[in-house]
Design a protein around this ligand. Sequence first.
Ligand SMILES: [Zn+2]
Length: 78
Amino acid sequence: MIVGCNFECLHQSASNQLTPKEMEVCTICGAFLVVGDIPQRVEEHVSGKQHMGYAKVRDTIDSLKVICVTFVTRLPTY
Ligand SMILES: [Zn+2]
């Protein structure tokens, strides 16, 4: 009886660990994030090196696109 109970408890904990969590991809850095994760973990991701680095790269690319468009529109047409 006790062995059966322990087996059932182990089985339940194992099945809980195997339950797939809903994931989403961060739109800034492409990391996998758990949907509905605790706010502390989300804040750690947003302030982390990978996310901050990708955000900086994206900002730089956007500013370079503006500079390129401005430069191209000022070129004389031949
Ligand atoms: Zn991210």
